[in-house]
Design a protein around this ligand. Structure first.
Ligand code: DX5
Ligand code: ZN
Length: 216
């Protein structure tokens, strides 16, 4: 079953409650956290996660695009993050292990993320303790970019490793997902799709979510 995680980066921040209520048929709420250092943009922080938690019954999928995430993972868990993911490029291997362990110790689900230029092999040291692997299909930092088809080989490789080592682990893709690219990512092995503009850029969010699931 394919799951949809709409990214509120493309929502109207002045009407966040209204926009989150409009995606109640999705499976997660994707929250993009950016520090202006790991990526050239600044977005949502801990207080916003805390505020949106009571607004939705959906689990919060918190994507941390921040340097040395170990410094903040516990705060994002306490604020209401249900799945918290960290970029493998954001710290040493040891630092990422420590971040994942702290998320787990909070009773939350954890995962790692890879940027487009980062090889699939970099997730291997973490694969057995992850609940989710996230493959970026755009350079992180901004919504509304075009899907990078050349990332599908990475998705296929990681899917093959997960099938062997950790089949319960979710494989998520993020960036440029729309009704045309969704089937490509699913065919390659993704089972959770993040979509910002393809959901919040549409008037009928319910129909947009259904279209990503392949329902017309
Ligand atoms: C990019 C973010 C994405 C982004 C996706 O750094 O991680 O979640 O919001 O936006 P779309 O779906 O518009 O590419
Ligand atoms: Zn994201």
């Amino acid at each position: 079953m394919i799951k949809i995680s709409p990214s509120i980066l493309s929502a109207d921040f002045a009407n966040l409650q209204r926009d989150i209520e409009a995606i109640a048929t999705a499976d997660y709420v994707h929250v993009d956290v950016m520090d202006g250092l790991f990526v050239p943009n600044i977005s949502i922080g801990v207080p916003v996660v805390k505020s949106i938690k009571p607004v939705s019954k959906l689990p919060l999928d918190v994507h941390l695009m921040i340097q040395r995430p170990v410094r903040y993972v516990e705060q994002f868990c306490d604020a209401g993050g249900d799945v918290v993911t960290c970029h493998v490029e954001a710290d040493t291997e040891e630092g990422i292990h420590e971040a994942l362990d702290r998320i787990r110790a909070k009773g939350k689900r954890c995962g790692v993320v890879v940027k487009p230029k980062t090889p699939a092999s970099t997730v291997l040291p973490f694969i057995d303790k992850c609940d989710m692997i996230l493959v970026m299909t755009v350079e992180p930092g901004f919504g509304g970019q075009s899907f990078l088809f050349d990332q599908m080989d990475k998705v296929r490789r990681i899917r093959a490793r997960l099938d062997e080592i950790n089949p319960a682990c979710d494989l998520e893709v993020d960036g440029g997902i729309n009704a045309e690219t969704a089937p490509v990512a699913i065919e390659a092995g993704a089972n959770i799709l993040v979509a910002g503009s393809a959901v919040f850029g549409k008037k009928d969010r319910r129909a947009a979510i259904a279209a990503l699931r392949g329902q017309h």
